[in-house]
Write a protein that binds this ligand. Structure first.
Ligand code: HEC
Length: 153
């Protein structure tokens, strides 16, 4: 076999196995995929508000209010997918989600409360208030992740 073809074959095989290393969500209800997709929307929705809070983007009242509203609608959605049978690969959730349901619920409530405050101040044009409430939301994401999300991808 000529060498270039062999190298191509090896490279192709390496690529293929890199893909199949990623664990597929085989659950019939796709619980992990569904909640991860909502969490990604959290990030996407929060990002422009983070830019405003850090003075990297102008505050535009209607846009900011719409983002806050969208985040509030999303905020209640992932939790229903953490069912008793929802702890399986490729989840990044720690086992504490299931072993400490009271604490996990508390972290959700803290997050929802931070979002409520954000929605309340979103249309105020009061940048210090807005900045503080965006930071409070970001902190509640982080504190739940520190407790309930594993670091590995
Ligand atoms: C009450 C706990 C909690 C809060 C609050 C929370 N998260 Fe998470 N988040 C998790 C858990 C648990 C996972 C792991 C989910 C899984 O892999 O099954 C996760 C996963 C994620 C992921 C990874 C999704 C993926 O594809 O692997 C992103 C991004 C994320 N969260 C962003 C956010 C952002 C942004 C916020 C705040 C706006 C937030 N989360 C608030 C618990 C939380």
């Amino acid at each position: 076999m000529p060498k270039p073809a062999l190298i191509t074959l090896v490279a192709a095989t390496a690529l293929l196995s890199a893909c199949s290393d990623r664990v597929k969500d085989t659950h019939p209800q796709q619980l992990v995929s569904k909640r991860q997709a909502i969490f990604k929307e959290f990030t996407k929705t929060l990002e422009p508000m983070g830019l405003v809070a850090r003075d990297r983007q102008d505050y535009i009242k209607t846009d900011f209010m719409a983002s806050a509203q969208t985040l509030q609608e999303l905020a209640s959605q992932p939790w229903a997918y953490f069912t008793a049978d929802g702890n399986y690969p490729p989840t990044r959730a720690r086992p504490e989600v299931w072993s400490q349901p009271g604490e996990f619920k508390q972290a959700q409530d803290n997050y929802l409360a931070a979002i409520d405050t954000l929605v309340q101040v979103a249309g105020s044009a009061d940048l210090p208030d807005i900045r503080a409430s965006v930071e409070a939301v970001q902190n509640s994401c982080k504190s739940c992740h520190d407790q309930f999300r594993s670091d590995r991808q």
